[in-house]
Design a protein around this ligand. Structure first.
Ligand code: GLV
Length: 318
């Protein structure tokens, strides 16, 4: 009996070699799915899906029969706003529990680093100075988490397990609330959740509703001398508003992992601002073998005409 025709996909990224980084050459292990680099495609009309990370503006134009575009990351903002993707193209994302744990570890690390005065102790060490900082109970530190998807929920659990007082802005009431955590839903949930909080951690998806959400209005609701941990997307933050909040003392500092322009340009003033802790978009990443498994799963679902279990809602934007 002749083998069924495989389904063909293309790898689209302006910045990465997706095939080697994520081991997306399935070979004989999955003869039903063929994922090609653009230069390997001989008949663009056969391509029915794309696996992407930051595809260029014209990346999709040779492929007129694309039905599904999948991000190798959790964020799909670059696909949702891509001018080359029609509204009828389904958009999928990777859902990786490891990525949520990485995010939670980063968030707890930053909260503890700031709260326990590690930066000062490092300076003290250089002077051989034994100067224990004051310690307050974790429950006295009030932390707001913006966003309660798979990442936000994991961040909330980790913070609550460390004893911090946590409030959360979420779209709907959680099915598995953590005891002691205060959840806010509805249109005002972001501003209500940050009111009086010492630390705000942003893990919102980027949508038209959440763009510029980290602004003067939000900072002014926080406790004076607060700290921002920005691990969403660069476009969530109004950079001038952050600088103004730091200058006025409303914020003592911020940890920034994501930026409007990445890599952060070497002449950007953020690099030299001692009130900022900067990391190069490493708060979390997807696990290569999970990306490969989920790309295969999505291709097979598409091939079989089944519902795409990793599809995002275009309406919600995630
Ligand atoms: C990282 O930023 C991701 O979207 O997975």
């Amino acid at each position: 009996m002749a083998a069924a025709e495989p389904i063909y996909g293309v790898l689209l990224s302006d910045s990465m070699d997706l095939k080697s980084y994520y081991s997306l050459d399935f070979g004989d292990a999955a003869p039903d799915v063929r994922l090609l680099k653009p230069e390997e495609v001989t008949n663009p009309d056969l391509i029915r899906f794309a696996v992407c990370w930051l595809p260029g503006p014209a990346a999709f134009s040779p492929y007129l029969n694309i039905e599904m575009a999948m991000s190798v990351g959790a964020g799909v903002d670059d696909l949702l706003k891509h001018p080359g993707l029609g509204k009828d193209v389904a958009i999928c994302r990777v859902r990786d529990p490891n990525q949520a744990h990485l995010m939670a570890g980063y968030a707890v690390h930053e909260v503890v680093h700031v709260e326990r005065g590690f930066a000062q102790m490092q300076q003290n060490q250089a002077r051989a100075e034994w100067a224990p900082p004051a310690i307050r109970p974790p429950r006295d530190l009030k932390v707001a988490v913006l966003g309660h998807g798979s990442m936000g929920a994991c961040v909330v659990q980790a913070l609550a397990a460390s004893g911090f007082s946590v409030s959360v802005a979420c779209r709907r009431d959680p099915s598995d609330p953590v005891e002691g955590v205060q959840y806010f839903t509805g249109n005002d949930s972001v501003l209500l959740s940050v009111a009086g909080q010492d630390v705000v951690i942003n893990v919102l998806p980027l949508t038209t509703e959440t763009e510029d959400v980290l602004n003067t209005d939000l900072f002014s609701k926080m406790a004076r001398g607060g700290w921002l941990i920005q691990i969403g997307r660069g476009e969530h933050l109004v950079e001038d508003d952050l600088v103004a909040a730091l200058d006025s003392g409303q914020l003592a500092g911020a940890t920034l992992d994501v930026f409007r322009t990445e890599p952060l340009p070497s002449d950007h003033p953020f690099w030299t601002d001692p009130r900022l802790r900067i990391t190069p978009h490493i708060a979390s990443d997807t696990t290569p073998h999970i990306v490969a498994e989920q790309a295969l799963q999505s291709a097979r679902e598409l091939h079989a005409g089944k519902p795409l279990s990793l599809a995002v809602s275009r309406g919600q934007g995630y």
